[in-house]
Design a protein around this ligand. Sequence first.
Ligand code: URA
Length: 213
Amino acid sequence: MPETIDGVTLIDHPLIKHKLTIMRKKETPSSIFRNLLREISLLMGYEVTRDLPLQNIEIETPMATMSAPKLVGRKMCIFSILRAGEGLAQGLLDLIPSARVGHVGLYRDPKNLQAVEYYFKAPPHLSERFCLVVDPMLATGNSAIAALDRIKKAGATNITFLCLLAVPEGLKAMKKAHPDVHIYTTAIDEKLNEKSYIIPGLGDAGDRIFGTI
Ligand code: URA
């Protein structure tokens, strides 16, 4: 079982660690980077959904009648923070095909590094849904905090945040702004550089996913 400290769960399974190492390497091409991110999202999805409620229903196998577990309760919404969030969202959607998908578009103002919204679209009845907000990189936390502010404003109350890499600064900022949001990550890196990139990190996740370097 992954360890949870102060609302942050570190999913450090050996398969994830190995895949993440390949993703970090600067020579890894976009096609492989994307596939690995998708594979990691499936492994993370397995942990994030561990506590989803089940209810037994009566079914018939070819051999007998039995009482078997089925997912019940809150329907899920996967929120992708554009554009890098798409890399995690697609795999999660394969794992949970009945989930609805929301999008939050934010860009970082280069002058003050604050998040500015340019797009928002969400499914109805957010207050009844388990919302999984995804962005591979939790750096300053500004984009994630602004995205969560917006998603809560739209009605969501039950929110989990999932990222691939985080740094202590980003985790601290998130915990301060949204203490109710559980965070899942696969690694906590050392620090941010002067341009707010994660060190050692993996570079710009969006550029690496979409080959826009
Ligand atoms: N966003 C990225 O894509 N990479 C970083 O290192 C920080 C923020």
